[in-house]
Design a binder for this molecule. Structure first.
Ligand SMILES: Cc1ncc(COP(=O)(O)O)c(C=O)c1O
Length: 373
């Protein structure tokens, strides 16, 4: 990639209309975001070269946390250098009490790895199946034992959502229990305020990452600023007490370099744009609708889901490779994903749409795709 990702980008010397990646609000090349990164480097150097608990709290790191907390409507937020590590950070605080960890079999690598680091029994359940989850709980758990359920909020390739209300209904019978979601692809996209999958299902009510001791099902979430939210690094919003606990438990506060100055600078700027410009989210929603409906009109199996990423299986792997190559030759990039956590043997074509695609770009993609199906 030889330029910033956006609706159009340059790859290997050629310009493409880009329907890939995860920059769903189109902020990674925004001039104000890029300028904020440049200013941050100039003012603070590359990074503080110490942990947050040393002298690593430069004003930008704190600003990111303030703006992230404002965006999520939470008291506080913990910002650290990697979304991949976000599950590890959160589970170190709240996973250790679990008697059994149950993860969706298609959940992201980083979720499954973080689960195994807990040193607790870990099992997987059938992808998005509350029935299978319930059956495994009945088989494996005695009353009074504490189950912790893990899933992506929005699956990174398929764009399908965890069936959150169904999981909560099942877990209600196993109180106390917990549902932990990695919402890397939901933050900034789903929900009226863009707060992600918990908000989408109507559960963003001050109790996510702020569990009361008598909660039947504790609700947790973590994610990244590096996708829709246009910055870089991991983020855990929550109540003051909860964030304090997460910082203390994970050692990312005292044992890891603080996020780099450029990362913090761009993240703070991008969060401000997301707050000031809710129309970006509205435009993204319109684009998601147009692309999903357009693909359906071509006879493909695509639902009306709210995610900006989704995948389509069109025949065999070789056919999808041909479509990928044909679209590329026509100037459109839609990746063929052969293998990723949760995918079947033939792989899929993964589409991602961003707020800055124009209706004409989407129409042109559909016209190019039509004769190839
Ligand atoms: C579900 C999920 N979680 C976490 C990550 C990692 O986040 P980051 O790229 O910010 O490390 C990804 C992919 O990048 C992802 O798809």
């Amino acid at each position: 990639m030889e330029g910033p990702p956006g609706p159009i980008t340059a790859i290997d010397g050629r310009r493409y209309v880009y329907f890939a990646g995860t920059g769903y609000l189109g902020l990674a090349g925004h001039p104000a975001v890029v300028e904020a990164g440049r200013e941050a480097l100039q003012r603070y150097g590359v990074h503080t070269a110490t942990s947050r608990s040393g002298f690593g709290n430069n004003p930008l790191t704190l600003l990111v946390e303030r703006r992230a907390a404002d965006f999520f409507g939470s008291e506080e937020a913990f910002y650290f250098s990697s979304g991949y590590a976000a599950n590890h950070v959160l589970l170190q605080a709240r996973g250790r009490g679990a008697d059994l960890v149950l993860a969706d079999e298609a959940s992201h690598y980083c979720l499954q790895e973080a689960a195994r680091l807990l040193g607790k029994p870990v099992e997987t359940f059938r992808h998005r199946s509350a029935e299978d989850l319930e059956a495994r709980l009945k088989k494996r758990l005695r009353r009074g034992q504490f189950p912790l359920v893990l899933s992506d909020g929005v699956f990174s390739v398929s764009g399908r959502l965890a069936p959150v209300p169904e999981y909560l209904r099942v877990l209600q019978n196993w109180a106390p229990s917990a549902l932990h979601l990695d919402d890397a692809h939901g933050f900034g996209v789903l929900g009226e305020q863009g707060r992600g999958v918990w908000e989408h299902f109507g559960f963003w009510d001050g109790r996510v990452n702020s569990p009361s001791p008598d909660a039947a099902v504790a609700r947790f979430v973590c994610g990244t600023l590096a996708k829709a939210l246009g910055g870089f690094g991991g983020i855990v919003p929550g109540s003051c007490a909860f964030v304090r606990e997460v910082r203390a438990a994970s050692h990312y506060y005292d044992g890891a370099s603080a996020p780099s100055s450029a990362d913090a600078g761009v993240s703070a700027a991008a969060l401000e744009i997301v707050r000031q410009q809710p129309e970006l989210r509205r435009q993204l929603r319109a684009n998601i609708r147009q692309l999903r409906q357009g693909l359906r009109a071509l006879g493909l199996e695509v639902d009306d889901g709210p995610a900006a990423n989704f995948s389509v299986e069109i025949g065999r792997a070789s056919h999808m490779r041909q479509i990928h190559d044909g679209l590329k030759a026509a100037g459109f990039l839609v990746p063929y994903v052969a293998a990723y956590s949760g995918l079947g043997p033939e792989g899929v074509l993964r589409f991602a749409v961003c707020a800055l695609h124009t209706p004409a770009m989407i129409e042109d993609l559909l016209s190019a795709l039509k004769p190839m199906i």
